[in-house]
Design a protein. Structure first.
Ligand code: ZN
Length: 246
């Protein structure tokens, strides 16, 4: 009898171990998360000037399709940083069971966009549980660290989702800080509230922009330009999202 029990327990362990990973190992199972790597490497290419200058009213202000983004003092482009962090973050989120959608599929000097309203449209189309737009700031060189941009309530635009946007922003800030992300030294509470961000205003799903750091600051730039540093940013963003979905 004892032998049979031991055998059954052993069989159970084998079956359990060989089945697909159980839910408690994949806390983001069933969640659809959109990662928006800000800008595109070709946005500054003069041949895309017409596409870049297309405009739309975003509920608060008329904004253009997209912009070039910033760079480190040595010329490492924001578009490339955002792209590399996004790919690292996708891998981490998928390992936790999430379905991940990126808003662009390349980082290329011969590509432009997509426009910010189309990026928001991707999150809306897949009914994302959360969308994080990855950017980096070009702020005063003496300041460093990450901050989060949250929309304001605009009737007919953000009013249906603003409460969850606010919770997502708060959880990103506390989760990223707890995981060790250097907090912004020049944005109070690491939170900027803006009524002008098209990515946020066109979005019907919980969305925030994270400015992961300041590309003009030498300490931040040193992190941003290494694979290990880019992985750190991805892990910090993961910590924020994990807190939101806990
Ligand atoms: Zn940006």
């Amino acid at each position: 009898m004892r032998g049979i029990l031991v055998t059954l327990v052993a069989m159970g362990l084998v079956l359990f171990g060989s089945s697909t990973a159980p839910a408690f190992d994949q806390p983001l199972s069933g969640k659809t998360i959109v990662i928006d790597p800000g800008h595109q490497l070709g946005n500054g290419n003069p041949k895309f000037a017409d596409e870049m200058s297309a405009t739309k009213f975003n509920g608060a202000i008329v904004k253009s399709c997209n912009t070039t983004g910033t760079a480190t003092n040595s010329g490492f482009p924001e578009a490339t940083l955002n792209w590399r962090i996004a790919k690292q973050l996708r891998r981490l989120l998928e390992a936790q069971g999430a379905t991940v959608v990126l808003t662009r599929d390349s980082n290329s000097r011969s590509k432009w966009g997509p426009c910010v309203w189309d990026r928001a449209g991707i999150g809306n189309a897949v009914k994302a549980d959360a969308m994080v737009s990855i950017h980096a700031d070009g702020g005063p060189s003496s300041g460093r660290g990450f901050f989060v941009i949250q929309p304001v309530k605009i009737k007919g635009w953000t009013d249906d989702v603003i409460a969850v946007d606010q919770r997502l922003a708060a959880d990103m800030i506390s989760g990223m800080k707890a995981a060790g992300a250097p907090p912004s030294t020049y944005i109070a509470g690491q939170l900027m509230v803006s009524r002008e961000q098209s990515t946020l205003n066109f979005s019907d799903v919980p969305t925030v922009i994270v400015e992961v750091g300041n590309m003009r600051n030498s300490q931040d730039a040193a992190l941003m330009t290494t694979t290990a540093g880019q992985r750190d940013y991805a892990n910090w963003l993961l910590a924020g999202l994990t807190r939101f979905f806990r």
